[in-house]
Design a protein around this ligand. Sequence first.
Ligand code: CDP
Length: 226
Amino acid sequence: MATKPPSIIAIDGPAASGKSTLGRRLAEELGYLFFDTGVMYRALTWRVLESGIDVRDEAAVTALANEINIDVRPASDLDGRTCDVLVNGIDVTWESRSDAVEANVSIVAAYRGVRLAMGEQQRQIGQRGRVVMVGRDIGTVILPEANLKLYLDASATERARRRYEELRARRIEANLNEVLSMVLERDRIDSTRDVAPLRVASDAVLLDSENLSPDDVLQRVMKLCE
Ligand code: CDP
């Protein structure tokens, strides 16, 4: 008799390591919900910037985190989006991937109150099971009970190259060195913050995707799910 695949799957790893690509495809294969927690921190950061609040103002950012309404829905457009991200009813799917958000999201995501507000919602959804949840602290903090934990990695230059290609595919002007600096800076903040830093969970399976195609990565993970 075939065994059941793990019900709660956590995927963590540094910026642009291929977590979302893997998570989306894995969830599709298994018929699970795909939940990319990064969109929540990005959506909040968009709202902070839009409100004119100083990202360094922890109290004001935290207050916003406690009142914001973030909704994620199936993609309503064929413009390359994988889902719609709404903030208080406004579609911010692409705005939340802008340079400005990218440059500030790790500052916002480091605040304790922000992580409490976002983490609570993530846990509620994750604990229902049949879910692939992607982020930085899913296997360590949000869902330590996950049945399968993956930590996806690749060198910073390879990750920057992938993010650069993604931007070019969206016809966005980018400079590879600037993309690399941004990726390194986010990794630095994400892994050195006091609250829920990016770490490999002790029971996670480490996957180096440096020389693997998205298909290769998916195949390996599907084996782990058998
Ligand atoms: O797609 P990429 O790996 O570049 O980033 P993302 O997953 O969309 O996450 C954007 C940022 O949100 C990260 O750099 C972290 O600062 C933050 N984040 C976090 O702190 N915890 C999570 N579970 C997910 C994202």
